[in-house]
Design a protein around this ligand. Sequence first.
Ligand code: SF4
Length: 448
Amino acid sequence: MSTATAQRPEVRKDDSMLKQKVMMAAHYDRLTSAKETGRKVASTFVPGNLNELVMCFDLLNNLPEVNAIQSGLRKQSGGYVMEAEKLGHSEDVCTYVKSDIGMMAKGNVGPNGKSLPAPDVLLLSYTGCFTFMKWFELLREQYQCETIMLHTPYEGDGKITANMRDYMVKQLKEEVIPTLERVSGVKFDIDRLREYLRESVKAEEDLVWVLQSAKNRPSPIDAYFGGIYYIGPIFGAFRGTPEATDYYRALRTEVDARVAAGKGPVTPEGDMGEEKYRLVVEGPPNYTSFREFWKMFYDEGAVVVASSYTKVGGVYDFGFRHDPDHPLESLADYCLGVYTNRNLPQRVDMLATYVDEYDADGLLINSIKSCNSFSAGQLLIMREVERRTGKPGAFIETDLVDPRYFSPANVKNRLESYFQMIEQKRSGRRAPAAPVAAADTGGVGGAA
Ligand code: SF4
């Protein structure tokens, strides 16, 4: 591992990436100096995060999943996961949770090397994944702080009804806002919320433009590996800020220039070569071997043109935008519409639409061992998308931040078989009976 790290070429970074790095570093510095500066902290999750509302109370937003991702990228999560297992958390538990618990047990040191503060309030916008609730129960035990649960009704019938919206607005008015006022000592000002939402809309417009630029040939972006960088500010602590607006404007300008120049995505090793395969990907990525994983794609000329994971903190590409004229209603709609709160037929529709609209060669599923929220029904999703689009699907398995479940040889082998299958399909030869998927079905715990 260390030899491979030493031989890595220098990572190429665009201006937008550098900008984002500065934003993230400043955010972690704000968090780790909260005690000295007297700032209060709200811990909350990415899907359904109410950053604009949190900012109305001068609270800093701390996102445990983002901390786990940072630990994964820094190759620290493996130790944290094992620490949590020593404390009694089962092997099946979401590894974001175990990374967070292990990190707390080891001093809660953030990516800037300083200790993250204890939260003053836990704000759970519960959006579909049961783990969120269990995770915050553990944090509540640890920190003994105020906890707010904003319950988002599941989109079981595939639509948002007026009742669902009203129920959420009622909770915002009667539970969430009064508690945030009490914890922060700041009075709620709806005009301040409207201002932040106005900024959110600008960033959302530019993000959607960037994601949809992948409809070009070649695609100027990788909408999964690159997309993960693009969603960072808007899914995290920056939605609603002028910094996020500036970031997305700069990103759009950069991507626009790539489209004009007929260029493909930027990878960590520079411009990608010829675009050979266009994929839609379902499921979160692996973070402990993120670059190695991405390289398996760009080395083969495979670009991801759309992904569901980049919708986990908000689905904007089918038209939703925050609405400053209906601030609380639009916060409700935002939570109701995130990917983790959508039912199986909606997920199938979305992925089949992506395969068609982005002219992809097929759907690849990265099934995450410890993420039940994404993994449930994935095999069924794959078969249904294959049936509707006539394009082949494939299935690989990794994990979020547990390095024990990333097997490079296995993943590479399966990807190569998939690309071969796509070639055969293109040349009209009969493809072997779905070797990738068939080989996988036996090994997928709880995927169907
Ligand atoms: S959606 Fe998956 S990764 Fe996220 S908290 Fe739930 S189980 Fe963990």
